[in-house]
Design a protein around this ligand. Sequence first.
Ligand code: MLT
Length: 263
Amino acid sequence: MYAQVNGIRLFYTEHGQGLPVLLIHAFPVNSALWQEQIAQHTMLGNVRLIVPDLRGFGQSDTPEGPYRMETLADDLAALLDHLAIERAVLAGVSMGGYIAFAFFRRHAERLQGLVLANTRAIADSEEGKAGRETNAQLALREGVGIIADMMLPKLVAPTAPDELKANLRAIIEQHSPVGIAGALRGMALRPESVSLLPQINVPTLLVGGRDDQITQRAEYDEMHAGIPGSELVIIEEAGHLACFEKPTAFNAAVATFLKRLGA
Ligand code: MLT
């Protein structure tokens, strides 16, 4: 299905009925990241999963970037408008979490709860921002294969099977360099969200991976300490994409959380 939002066409799918749960994928993948949550959605309780491809990814339009996290959050608010959904739980992985923070800043009244998975509250360092720009130019010059080569080892646990890595590579390589560069430049522009943490006043579940090479363990602890009443679950043998690598454990943690919200 497609929704016209903020001047672009956004692709999304819906699964099940009940508590609206909007799943926000990471960089540089797309809604296929959530394939096991979609397949096992009845395990999550009575939920209505809404699973978009963000602008620049999957089957959604790919305008010129940078894609600011605020813009991506507004795309999702417009998608909820399109579906006549007033409030939803947002579940974001990594870049999806950056977008969830932006959504909280701009549309807090529409949030019923948050699942922040493998994400970071800190902003990029100056070095990190420069690295994003280098990679954006690399993608535009040489294609997305090189981004897949660089990122794959960091996205999954060292023990991840080759088949899982091949699946991820196939997802990454569907994208255009313009979309990849747009998201890289947008992530570099994001503000820090550490100071936002104490203001988060909706039920929040933090999910991490024991072998996450991008979000450091101390960052999970900082988010957990910062968000009042939040819960933290660390998934064993999972890297930066726990929902994709260890879906059964991830889904069990999310199901317990959603049940308390009425799913
Ligand atoms: C992601 O998984 O969304 C990205 O690795 C996040 C990032 O590069 O900061």
